[in-house]
Structures are given as structure tokens and as C-alpha cells.
Design a protein around this ligand. Structure first.
Ligand code: ADP
Length: 404
């Protein structure tokens, strides 16, 4: 079965085509992979695609997202990256949808009601859900009547205990749906299962702390195969310090800024989502690599940003371990989690008292790896997240269940 996966963001689109007729026990390489980068230059989009052993990169004078998607999809059937005779060879499309609210706690086939729900949830995920909806509608236009499936980033956390999901505001918040939803669920779920496979254990018997550290950062406490706690909340702004997002701050700061400095909601949104975190504190940027480089060159602001990132990471890791009531493995994933031995070391240093001991010589690797010493009581695994693959799998499982 040929499954096309779309991960639509506000400034990029990432896509893969998987052929799932083969043995699916290992993550296969996709037949084709492509991306659109809308940040390239105003009035242009950068299209990159690889397939059939070839790759292309083009800058196109396109500003309309649907038009860009059509150009990207056409590289499946035309030019050096062609892997299909016709777009009608695509059997199903899987979409990453960031916010499914309380209504969608599992993947679902997309129909008008699902689209209406994604639209209704835009105020809860204003940076993500509009792009997801637009991607769904554009592909309906390009591919016609092919089954499309929504795989929600909130779904893995949807069975969290009520006490973990509830904010201690007025009780009216409970009815209003002002609660902790959690995000990055597709990634947390994939890496937790992969960790169990690497350990040769059943996921249902393990207590795993998964650390998704990319531009957006979140932790999940995975017990009995379910997320029982997570650091992101009502929105993806809660929890850890991130690339340009503050994570949790005293809400009193916001009241202070509104009262004393006349901040509007939009200004606070910009401040907390775009001008905080590693970028805001270091004054350098949201990329950890440049912050570390400056820190190593003696830049005090970069040092403070890095130290604060680690402090808050360890503190939240401790909270998740308390929710788990024990710990079998810590997993690191996403851009920072997959690539930064410095972060692995510093994050785990706080937990040596639990018997978590990392190897002395750590380096990044193409393969997933166990970075804990043999005698360590807790495993520490670096796992490359495979969100697109996980979406394709969820899509396949759903279609098989429905006898499609
Ligand atoms: P997103 O959340 O946008 O999907 P990624 O998971 O791709 O982001 O993570 C991007 C971040 O990963 C970059 O901003 C950078 O800070 C970090 N990163 C990537 N490679 C490295 C590396 N070699 N060392 C440290 N950090 C890295």
C-alpha cells in the first residue's frame, strides 16, 4: 500500500511516500521524500525532493501554499525523482494534525466533521491547525477521492489521569476544556515503543521518560504504554524552555507586563513564542549549536541561556520521574536530543543518584544507540524520531481495521 504522509507547518511542508506492501517490522526508507521551505525569500519557495536515487532542489516563484504543494506532489510522477506512474497509485494520505482537542483521542479518517473540528480548534493551536487544515484541503484538490487520515499530536496524551491533565484554576476551566493536552505525541509514542524494542522488553512493563528536544521541547512520562504526564499543556508553550519559546513562566509576569507596560495579547504571544527561550535569553538565536559555540567562546549571555535550559530540563525530568514512580529508561530524541552529547551528559548528571550512569565517550551516531554504561541501573537511549513513519503506520492500521 502506498501511503503519502504530509507534515504541514506554518513555514514548511515535509512529505514522504512509503510503500507498506513490504515487511514492516523495521522502519523502511521512504520511496520518496520532499520538503517546501517557505522561509527562503519573500515571493519564493524552496522545493527539495529525493526519490529513485536522485534529488532535486529548486526555487520557485510561488507564494500560494496549495500551488507549492502541487509542485511538490508532481515530483512523484515527473522528473528525475519520479517514483509513481500516476498520482492515482497513492492509496491513502496521512496528515499530522497538531491539536485534536478532547474529541479526537485516536487517528480518524478525515471527513467534513473532522475538518470542522480542526477548524474549531484553531484558537488552541493558532500556529499549527490552520496549516494542517490547509494541507488537507489542498491534497483533496490535488489527489481527489483518496482516503485521508488525521493522526493527532495530542492523541497519545489523551488518556492522562485527570489530576495530571487539570490546571488548578476555577472549576469552570474543566468544562471549558482549559486543560493539559500535551503535544509531540506521535514522536513520544514512537520512541517509547522503539526503546522497549531496543531493550527487548514489553512496553507495558516499562517506565520510560521520553525527552523530545527540538525547536519545540517536551517530556512525556510513559507507563504501561500510555503517556501519564507531559510538560506541554493547553498549548505547546507550556513546560520546558525551548528554541524561541519561554516554556512555563510565572503567570504573574504576564499580568505585570499588561498592567505596567500595556502589553496586548498579540505582543505577549510574540514575546513568549518567538522572542524567548534560547533565542531570547542568549540574544544569539534559537539554534543550540550557535548558543553552545558562543558559550564556548566565553559569551556570558549564551552561558546563562544554556545553563537555564539544562536547569529547567532537569527539574521537569525530575517531575516526570516522580509521576512514573520509578525509571527504566530515559530517551532523547529530535534535533537537540539526537545530536547533543553535551545535553545528554548535563541532563543525566542530575540523576546519578538513581543509578543512571552514562558512558564516558559519547558521540552522535546515525544509528539509535544506548549511551548508558553496562552497569547503569537505568538505560539511556538516543533514538531518531520517525514521525512520518509513525503517521504512515497509524494510517495503515486504521485502514486495515476498517477493511479498506
Ligand atoms: P523542530 O522542532 O523544528 O522539528 P528539530 O527537531 O529539527 O526541530 O530540532 C532543531 C534543533 O536541533 C535546532 O534548532 C538545533 O538547536 C538542534 N540541533 C540540530 N543539530 C544539532 C547538533 N548537532 N547539536 C546540537 N543541537 C543540534
Amino acid at each position: 500500500m502506498k501511503i503519502f504522509v504530509l507534515n504541514a507547518g506554518s513555514s514548511s511542508h515535509k512529505s514522504c511516500l512509503f510503500d507498506l506492501d513490504k515487511d514492516n517490522s523495521e522502519v523502511p526508507n521512504p520511496l520518496w521524500r520532499a520538503a517546501l521551505d517557505w522561509t527562503h525569500q519573500q515571493g519564493q519557495v524552496e522545493l527539495s525532493a529525493s526519490g529513485a536515487g536522485e534529488s532535486i532542489q529548486q526555487v520557485l516563484p510561488i507564494t500560494d501554499k496549495a500551488e507549492g504543494l502541487e509542485a511538490m506532489v508532481n515530483t512523484l510522477v515527473d522528473g528525475p525523482t519520479q517514483v509513481l506512474d500516476s498520482l492515482s497509485d497513492i492509496d491513502a494520505v496521512g496528515h499530522r494534525v497538531v491539536h485534536g482537542g478532547r474529541d479526537y483521542i485516536d487517528s480518524v479518517p478525515i471527513d467534513e466533521a473532522v475538518k470542522a473540528a480542526i477548524q474549531r480548534l484553531i484558537p488552541l493551536a493558532p500556529a499549527h491547525n490552520p496549516a494542517n487544515l490547509q494541507g488537507i484541503e489542498a491534497l483533496e484538490g490535488i489527489l481527489g477521492d483518496v482516503p485521508q487520515v488525521a493522526v493527532f499530536d495530542t492523541a497519545f496524551h489523551a488518556r492522562m489521569p485527570e489530576a495530571a491533565a487539570t490546571y488548578p484554576g476555577p472549576h469552570a476551566w474543566v468544562e471549558q476544556g482549559i486543560r493539559r493536552y500535551g503535544f509531540h505525541g506521535i514522536s513520544h509514542q514512537y520512541v517509547a515503543q522503539r526503546a522497549a524494542d531496543m531493550m527487548g522488553r514489553d512496553l507495558a512493563d516499562l517506565k520510560i521518560l521520553t525527552c523530545h528536544l527540538g525547536n519545540g521541547c517536551s517530556l512525556a512520562a510513559v507507563k504501561d504504554g500510555l503517556s501519564i504526564d507531559t510538560t506541554m499543556g493547553f498549548t505547546p508553550l507550556d513546560g520546558l524552555m525551548m528554541g524561541s519559546r519561554s516554556g512555563s513562566v510565572d503567570p504573574g509576569i504576564l499580568i505585570y507586563l499588561m498592567r505596567q507596560e500595556g502589553y496586548t495579547a498579540d505582543q505577549l504571544d510574540q514575546l513568549l513564542n518567538k522572542e524567548s527561550g534560547l533565542k531570547g535569553l542568549s540574544g544569539i538565536g534559537n539554534d543550540l549549536r550557535s548558543v553552545v559555540e558562543a558559550m564556548e567562546g566565553g559569551n556570558a549571555q549564551a552561558q546563562l541561556a544554556f545553563d537555564t535550559f539544562i536547569h529547567r530540563l532537569r527539574r521537569k525530568m525530575g517531575g516526570m520521574i516522580a509521576s512514573l514512580g520509578g525509571l527504566d529508561a530515559v530517551v532523547f530524541t529530535a534535533g537537540i536530543g539526537e545530536n547533543s552529547p553535551l545535553v545528554w551528559q548535563q541532563a543525566c548528571e542530575g540523576f546519578e543518584f538513581l543509578g543512571l550512569r552514562l558512558k564516558a565517550d559519547l558521540s552522535r551516531a546515525e544509528e539509535d544507540q544506548d549511551i548508558a554504561r553496562e552497569e547503569s541501573r537505568v538505560r539511556s537511549l538516543v533514538i531518531h524520531t520517525q514521525e512520518e513513519w509513525a503517521i504512515a503506520q497509524a494510517c495503515l492500521a486504521l485502514l486495515n481495521d476498517r477493511g479498506c
